[in-house]
Design a protein around this ligand. Structure first.
Ligand code: NOJ
Ligand code: CA
Length: 700
């Protein structure tokens, strides 16, 4: 608050210093962000990196029923600032994050004196800017119709994008030059009405320059009180135009001055590894609002989950569809005998977790309501304090406690967010009463109220409300089907993971091509960790004889590597205990691998092709290395010079067998040990669709 007052005072003092344009440089001087107006008073900016264009001259602007900040504006430089600080995330890829930037605040005024400010920050790894509408006479409420933020591409950039959709991010990527996107990008959409008309893509998106070394990621940071941004793509003009999710009436946001928009972010690097290492989005988010974070405990988990994907088993207790409106008592329905969230089976998972030092067990299908899937037509479907009759919740909580394991709660809302909000206090009290400290939420289906989309302003506020309320109850959240993350996990570190992309569940619906997980770390993961659910050991789902003939498109060794290339503080071992028991030597890696890191080094990477990363455990001196490839075999060259000098390590290497192949022979792997130190260079053969994972323990 105090800071705001000082900033406002500074604004008033400097308000008379008018300027034609302003150039903001990154601390290392490599990135320049230039802001000004055109001859007709349209606000514009451009970005260069090492003297070459990254974003050509592009418009800025905000349009509401009450104002139109798009032209006829005069710019004034209000204030500048520089910050260099280091902060400690509660969890993540590194123990320390440096936040180092130069900042400018400019103001654009129209003929009537109405103003919109733009605050921009230039970091060594990119820029962020946002609109700030101050409190002012003549502007109170705003009914936002759109944003005129554009990104002019410097060339026929190669795009790594999923199609623009208001409701879902669960799509495969298209990799193509922007000029060919129209022909190459398939058009899968969540629903007909959730389509963004024309050629559009979700952020975070990645772009690569066709000739010079340049990688650019476009996304947003701190999405609060505002709809998510996608981009319309004008392939001829090579321009991306911001497209905000509307409500069903076409309104993008209902706002009241003073307000700020999310940051528009442009991550920049001349190597692909720069994008992977960038912490720009977290740096643009507010510090944690939770003071005592000791109860936020990252962990691995297994779960009653994959059984429902392999075929035959159900989340629901009964096959009887309880269609009577208003009836919410399911206890009298007959069991279908195919309900894995039952006491005996859950005990089996608890035993397995306890035997293997896995601290968490997720149970899906434990509560009443699943018979009414699609019950969004009704007021209430799921009850978050009502276990099915075959799930002895209290007995299981005691049993888990006696074995040192924690049950993880599941709240599928069927996207009835309105009803979830009504039940939230009770649902979280119920968790507190029974000692649950983490919940996986889900938003499958059409959002209730039906005027909203998964990425609209109202829903954005809903997810944050849930995270905030969860924090009040000391509960961690892992949200599925929520809006794509924008680094808010810095502010709400109990919001430990999200899905918000096409995750591992799709290995049971046709498979995720290996390139998919070689793109996600450059795109979706820049907003926050993903509950991807790695650890698939049985790829052939037809082997269950339950009618599912899908095949996981991965080798077994690759699944181990995903624990390093797709880090998450809440990390699943998705497969069935019996499959892990078949491969105990490979499962050892999943038992060992941590979920919190002191340091991370991206050793080599190329989007859609390969990623090799080394990470230092937050709580020991063990290093881990993970490498993955796409559908092509390759030789990973691992340079261990990141290791401290003079220390020898025993490396346990889990890699694809000589005959491994993600399609023909996915379960072929070999495990070997080697002495390595900072001088070691290792070549590792990675199979098509394969990977390798290494654990390095210092020799005492
Ligand atoms: C979709 C989620 O992504 C998945 O993990 C969950 O099992 C189902 N919804 C059911 O809630
Ligand atoms: Ca999902």
């Amino acid at each position: 608050m105090k800071k705001t007052i000082i900033a406002m005072a500074a604004m008033c003092m400097a308000a008379s210093a008018s300027a034609a344009g302003y150039t903001l440089l990154s601390p290392d001087g490599n990135i320049s962000f230039n802001i000004g107006t055109t001859a007709t008073g349209t606000p514009v900016y451009d970005v260069t990196f090492k003297g070459e264009p990254v974003v050509g001259e592009s418009t800025l602007g905000l349009v509401a029923d009450e104002f139109k900040f798009t032209d006829g504006l005069a710019m004034t430089v209000v204030a500048t600032d520089s910050v260099d600080e280091t902060w400690q995330p509660v969890w993540g890829e590194t123990a320390d994050i440096r936040n180092n930037y130069n900042e400018v605040l400019v103001s654009f005024a129209d003929a009537k004196g109405l103003t919109v400010n733009v605050r921009a920050r230039a970091f060594d790894d990119g820029v962020g800017f946002r609109y700030e509408v101050p409190e002012q006479r003549g502007l109170n409420y705003a009914t936002l119709r759109g944003e005129d933020t554009q990104f002019a591409l410097p060339a026929d950039m190669t795009m790594y994008v999923i199609p623009g959709d208001y409701d879902s991010d669960e799509f495969l990527y298209t990799v193509a030059p922007v000029s060919q996107l129209k022909e190459k990008m398939p058009n899968p959409r969540h629903t007909e009405s959730s389509r963004i008309p024309g050629l559009a893509a979700q952020t975070p998106l990645l772009m690569k320059h066709p000739e010079r070394p340049l990688y650019v990621n476009i996304h947003e940071a701190a999405l609060v009180g505002y709809p998510a941004m996608a981009v319309e793509i004008d392939a001829d003009a090579k321009v991306l135009k911001s497209h905000l999710t509307p409500d069903k009436n076409g309104v993008r946001a209902y706002l009241q001055a003073p307000f700020v928009t999310p940051w528009r972010t442009i991550m920049i690097g001349d190597e692909a590894t720069d994008i992977l290492a960038s912490q720009l989005i977290y740096n643009l988010n507010e510090p944690s609002v939770i003071e005592d974070t000791s109860w936020i405990v990252p962990r691995k988990f297994v779960g009653v989950w994959w059984e429902m994907f392999t075929g035959g088993k159900t989340w629901a207790y009964s096959d009887k569809y309880n269609a009577k409106p208003g009836v919410t008592d399911y206890s009298a329905l007959p069991s279908n005998g195919r309900h894995p969230a039952n006491t005996e089976n859950v005990k089996r998972y608890i035993d397995f977790a306890a035997e293997n030092g896995i601290p968490g067990v997720l149970v899906e299908g434990w509560n009443e309501g699943w018979e009414d899937w699609g019950g969004y037509k009704k007021n209430r479907q799921f009850l978050f304090d009502k276990p099915y009759p075959d799930f002895d919740l209290e007995g299981l909580v005691d049993y888990a406690n006696s074995k040192g394991v924690k049950l993880i709660m599941h709240h599928e809302t069927a996207a009835n967010a309105a009803d979830y909000e009504r039940q939230l206090d009770r649902a979280f009290d119920f968790m507190n009463e029974h000692g649950y400290d983490a919940v996986k939420t889900g938003y499958v289906g059409h959002v209730i109220p039906r005027s909203e989309y998964h990425s609209s302003q109202w829903m954005v506020d809903h997810y944050i409300n849930v995270a905030q309320k969860a924090a009040d109850h000391k509960i961690m959240i892992d949200s599925h089907e929520a809006v794509r993350p924008t680094g808010l996990m810095r502010t709400y570190p109990n919001w430990v993971a999200q899905e918000s992309a096409r995750g591992g569940e799709f290995e049971s619906f046709g498979g995720n091509p290996p390139s998919h997980t070689a793109i996600l770390p450059f795109t979706r993961l820049k907003g926050g960790p993903m509950d991807y659910t790695p650890g698939l050991f049985e790829m052939d789902l037809s082997s269950y004889g339950q009618g599912n003939t899908s095949r996981g498109l991965t080798t077994l060794a690759r699944q181990l590597a995903l624990y390093l290339t797709m880090p998450s503080p809440l990390q699943m071992a998705c497969d069935l205990p019996e499959n892990y028991r078949r491969f105990p030597d490979a499962f050892q890696f999943i038992k060992d691998v941590p979920v919190e890191w002191r340091d991370s080094r991206y050793l080599e990477a190329e989007p859609a092709e390969y990623i090799t990363v080394a990470r230092l455990d937050k709580n020991s001196d063990d290093w881990y290395v993970g490498t993955i490839t796409n559908e092509n075999a390759r030789k990973a060259e691992i340079d261990f010079s990141f290791l401290p000098k003079g220390v020898n390590y025993t490396a346990t290497i889990y890699q694809d067998g000589a005959d491994a192949d993600y399609l023909a022979n996915p379960q072929s792997y070999k495990i070997s040990t080697k002495k390595v130190n900072s001088k070691t260079r290792l070549k590792i053969d990675v199979a098509p669709g394969g990977g390798a994972a290494i654990r390095l323990v210092p020799v005492k």
